[in-house]
Design a protein around this ligand. Structure first.
Ligand code: ADP
Ligand code: MG
Length: 258
């Protein structure tokens, strides 16, 4: 049992979706969701597999919140634009995919978009800058597994690239000068994408835009909360602009994947 005085609680901002995330000492408390038992099974699987780059599940506190280990380090938004950061993130996602291989319980995962490929892993599906912890300038851990669900590895990879290459219209970028094609190549090499996956990467990213637009719109309408705030702040239009930018640049980007 974790008994704390609420005076010890430090609000953790930076996320878009979950209200009431707080730090208490070396722990993080988050409200339980319908998908929490699936996410806890995932985090316990990662722990048993020796994957050290995710929070540990410590239990449920007296207020009915999940208790996770606090991962020390920094969370950056905007993300640091270095190539070494991107390559390290790719290796981290690959290590995650290798650690979850074979873990596919019949469980209630968060709903969300996917491609049409057979699911290969329980992907993180939300590797945004706000969900990556850094130490000494490099990514060392993934947090916030709330969006985890069965997908192809490539679908999880294009979700990460959407944020970190990034695959975005220049008006929506924090770093307007980054060369997206070169960075997709750096990620693909560091992750170890196969030739077949490289060929499917851009079509999968394109498909993801249409499906995540529909999925986010649905969550904003049915769940409200942070999803509605994101939608009202223009998330849907950012997705539409990113899709149009990808259409206009797909041939140029493709050259980096051959
Ligand atoms: N286990 C953790 N270790 C370190 N920082 C955390 C942890 N969990 C959350 N945070 C911090 O709190 C922020 C919001 O938490 P997060 O779980 O991502 O909520 P949301 O679902 O709203 O995105 C994160 O961006 C991060 O800065
Ligand atoms: Mg988050």
């Amino acid at each position: 049992m974790f008994v704390v005085s609420r005076a010890d609680e430090v609000p953790l901002s930076g996320g878009d979706v979950t209200a009431g995330v707080v730090r208490v000492g070396d722990t993080v408390r988050r409200p339980l969701k319908a998908t929490s038992s699936a996410v806890h099974a995932l985090l316990r699987h990662l722990e048993a597999a020796g994957f050290d780059a995710a929070p540990r599940v410590l239990g449920i506190d007296e207020l009915g919140r999940e208790v996770l280990s606090f991962v020390p380090g920094e969370v950056y938004s905007p993300f640091p634009p270095g190539d070494d950061v991107l390559a390290e993130l790719a290796r981290l996602q690959r290590r995650y995919h290798d650690a979850v291989r074979g873990f596919m319980p019949d469980a209630r995962w968060e709903s969300g978009s996917a491609d049409d490929a057979e699911p290969e892993v329980v992907g993180h599906c939300d590797i945004t800058p706000e969900n990556v912890v850094f130490r000494d300038g490099l990514p060392v851990a993934l947090i916030d597994f709330d969006m985890a669900r069965p997908v192809s590895r490539l679908f999880d990879v294009v979700t990460t690239l959407r944020h970190w290459a990034p695959i975005a219209d220049p008006v929506d970028r924090d770093h307007p000068d980054l060369d997206t094609g070169r960075r997709i190549r750096i990620f693909a090499d560091a992750y170890g994408l196969s030739a077949a996956e490289r060929l499917r990467l851009l079509p999968t990213a394109r498909l993801r835009f249409d499906r995540s637009y529909t999925a986010m719109k649905h969550k904003a309408e049915t769940e409200g909360g942070g999803w509605a705030v994101m939608w009202e702040s223009g998330a849907g239009q950012r997705i539409r602009r990113a899709a149009a930018w990808l259409d206009a640049n797909e041939d140029d980007l493709h050259r980096f994947l051959q």
